[in-house]
Design a protein around this ligand. Sequence first.
Ligand code: F6R
Length: 248
Amino acid sequence: LPAYVFESGSDLARHVAHIVAGIIRERNALGQNAVLGLPTGSTPVGVYRELARMHQEEGLDLSGVITFNLDEYYGLTPDQLQSYHRWMHEQFFSKVNVRKENIYIPRGDVPLSRIDAYCREYEGEIERAGGIDLMILGIGGNGHIGFNEPFSVRNSRTRLCTLDPVTRRAAASDFFGEWNVPTQAITLGLGTIFDARKILLLALGEHKAGIIKELTEGAITPRVPASYLQEHGDAAVLVDAAAASKLT
Ligand code: F6R
């Protein structure tokens, strides 16, 4: 799995935004939609900021972009403070011109009885869009991507999943205490993620150095769901110097 090391998080963000913008412009020129898979969390913030800048200052046109977010906490309504709907709106969608009808984020308030059908519909929308051109990923300290926790099935599709205690602990401050963190989420499956034509996994900071070492130098193992990326034909890992600090 190729790993590219950047001096700083902002260098990395500029580089990734440049790749995203390239795909968007290429598709715009052909009159086609660019289809992006998007994460939330601290890692992609700089990328969204840079894309918003490119939109505002350089006229990058996102009106043809279709986006699919990776995940959402189960039990949260879209307007709730910690929901990924709200986060995406504040960090990105409020600053660019992606059309409302082209934004897909799993809803956390779907009744349990409808979940399976809802997840199948979400997959159907991805297919209808023509599949994901570029999937941007962060990684959990335990190796999760989306909310596919360790030992998630390699071919899993979009579904309701249970959050690992490690993941709930990492989210504790957002929810004012670990006990408030939802226990479940809706996530794109590993199989769904690996269907993307191109995948960029980003990691920033020293606290990711251990898992980045395992991911790029270790074997493929169900214990580290991101390690399956080694089997993808067009996946790369982009890290800052701190996240690369344990690489040999
Ligand atoms: C969020 C997501 C998660 C995060 C991961 C890293 O949509 O899919 O897999 O990418 O938990 O989170 P941060 O970037 O906050 O360290």
